[in-house]
Write a protein that binds this ligand. Sequence first.
Ligand code: PHE
Length: 459
Amino acid sequence: MAGSDGAKGAYPSFSSRIAFIIVTAGSAVGLGNVWGFTYVAGQNGGGGFVLIYLLALAFVAAPAFMAELLIGRMGKASPPTAFTKVGQMANSRFPWASVGWMGLMGTILVLSFYAVIAGQALYYGLVAAEGGFAGWTEAQITGLDAGFRAAPGWMLFWAALFMALTAVIVSFDIRTGLEKAGKVMMPALLLILLGLMVYAGQTGDMAQAVDFLFGFHQMTLTPRLFLEAVGQAFFTLGVGVGGIMTYGSYMGRDVNLPRATLWIVAMDLFVALAAGLAIFPLVFSSGVSAAAGPGLVFMTLPLIFTEIPGGAVVAFVFFLLLAFAAITSSISLLSPTVARLEEAGWSRRKGAFTMAALAVVISLFTIMSFAGWRDFYPLEALGFEGMTAFDLIREGVSNFVLPVSGFAYAVLVGWVLSRPSVREALPMQEGMGFKLWYAIIRYITPLAIAALFVNAVFG
Ligand code: PHE
């Protein structure tokens, strides 16, 4: 446990069990729940997709989430270093650190598009603060989205601002930065979402939304649909890049890891479904198509705000909170690389701003995909037809990097580490709960991921 915390010498930790749960739930709950879930479910036809997503969550992503926390708890270091330590504990000669490094690359790639979407939320917050949305027409709202996406310099500005905010929070020590941010932003987010859902139920077409999300529809189950559902399950929990592992390394010994996992997964699922039930009623009562893509949340929610009294205020609060949800996730995405740089002697501040700047540079790929490269499909020749650079980055991370890491976590925890060492680190009695999770992480999680890839390649 040699000191990563510089002067104090002790490895840093969150101040309490509840702080750990809130901050880690903050990592899970993010743009993926509100923006991502609704747009991916919308594009994939609703019901059947949601069912596969739930199965993927229960049998693949959530067990892997617990494994990631466990490796963090056992390794108590940045992901590459934690992997090396845990691999050594198990006398494994596999270069486990490589999985950690792949995750670190993944964090920066996620941040590169996360910053652009979150930047749009910040910008919409400003529009609302200036009194926007109230009394606007539908055309004005779709026009605002189109106008934003046509202005690369403007998108870059807001993405950079978002990353600067993220870097400031991560610069502080974890109890002052990460922990305070989560404690303020998470409860507020939940309250607002609840309010919006109730409102959507009163004004929008709730019955059609429920049918869309949970009803049975005729649909073709393609390998790609499965991949998208699993990718979304990983992304929404934030599993597979080492952010959860880094938070796991800051978790106190008093945290009951399985119980904490249940709480966090439940909260994450609740937010995604609530967001669906807040957004789809308005999609169906407006003219916007459910399959509108990444802009969905920026076209439908503002429609509520045009009609309600004090709509500009509600809009402001909503976009601020969308930005909050994004920030509690982006700080967890910046933390693993900063932890690794700290091990190399860097200050938190220098590490945070350097990695944030790198993410902003890479964000140009997403920005250009929304603007001038809208119809440019870089890897078309390789069979990725109709996919922009943004599509390739988002799907490449969600549907490839995250599941591959999840596979590695499952193998390390289920097969390489001894059963007693895993049980002791949880810590958990060898009861039904343990047996169930252990069987899932050993067999179901890795086999499901392997089958998915085989199917995606040859299917
Ligand atoms: N879980 C976050 C979301 O749903 C995104 C995220 C991905 C966070 C990977 C951490 C790590 O928006």
